[in-house]
Design a protein around this ligand. Structure first.
Ligand code: PGA
Length: 260
């Protein structure tokens, strides 16, 4: 099965020139992996680079393996909402995937489960694919119940066909590289958490075939450990996705694994 690598650039890089370098570097590298098409990449740049990135992806070799993603979306398609970017605007630019419920938006910017759900619906309404981030803040107490409830608040009541279109990213907050004392999860424990999410999805929609990613301190040294697991369909990479040499090593790890 194709592995999916999502590059969440967050609020970086500082200029379009640097963004272009990352995309062109990845393009050159993907050319060498392209025969097999066993890997898909989603680049999620800051909004201000999306239009240029769409043009570059459309003109380059990346067109075949790479998709455009956004890091956020307005819960409403129209109306007066200062600072927001709507689903129809993103779809028109060629955005295919949208990250919703990222822990930085939940925990640093106070985004509630209700807002996450409204954004998830906005992505689906505009026929893009949500990448729904779920994850406990600490691996203590009844963290499994926390995860189950978070999944329910995101998905309960959606038609099952819509639930199954969603990509789920298990991103434990304690593992995100920008947190003090961050440490990556281990593949075995990430799989354990993913099974909690899968079982919640099964009770909500009667299905559990969602593409499931791991995110949190993924880098060139550990990417292969996660990607090689059949139960992990890919990785969501933050900090390492704007370090171009490191990012292509992650792509290589994914390419090698899908060929094996
Ligand atoms: P990280 O970020 O890879 O820098 O830990 C992942 C994310 O926040 O999506």
């Amino acid at each position: 099965m194709k592995k999916l690598i999502v590059a969440n650039w967050k609020m970086a890089p500082a200029t379009w020139g640097e963004a272009q370098e990352i995309l062109e570097f990845a393009n050159d590298h993907l050319e060498s992996l392209s025969e097999t098409r066993e890997l898909s990449v989603v680049f999620c740049p800051p909004f201000v680079f999306i239009e240029e990135a769409a043009r570059l992806l459309g003109e380059s070799h990346l067109e075949h393996e790479a998709f455009l993603g956004a890091q956020d979306i307005s819960p409403q398609d129209t109306g007066a909402l200062t600072g927001e970017v709507s689903g129809p605007m993103l779809a028109k630019l060629g955005v295919r995937y949208v990250i919703v419920g990222h822990s930085e938006r939940r925990w640093k910017l106070g985004e509630s489960d209700e807002t996450v759900r409204a954004k998830l619906e906005a992505v689906l309404r505009n026929e893009m694919i949500p990448i729904v981030c779920l994850g406990e803040t600490e691996r203590e107490g009844d963290w499994m119940e926390f995860l189950r409830r978070q999944a329910e608040r995101a998905f309960a009541g959606l038609p099952s066909g819509q639930v199954s279109r969603c990509v789920v990213a298990y991103e434990p907050v304690w593992a995100i590289s920008t947190n003090p004392n961050a440490r990556p999860d281990t593949p075995a424990s990430a799989i354990e958490a993913m099974s909690v999410i899968r079982s919640a999805l099964r009770s909500i929609s009667g299905q559990e075939g969602n593409i499931m990613l791991y995110g949190g301190s993924v880098n060139a040294a550990n990417a292969h450990d996660f990607i090689k697991e059949p139960d992990i369909n890919g990785v969501l990479v933050g900090g390492a996705s704007v370090r171009k040499e490191e990012f292509v090593k992650i792509l290589s790890a994914a390419g090698d694994e899908s060929r094996s």
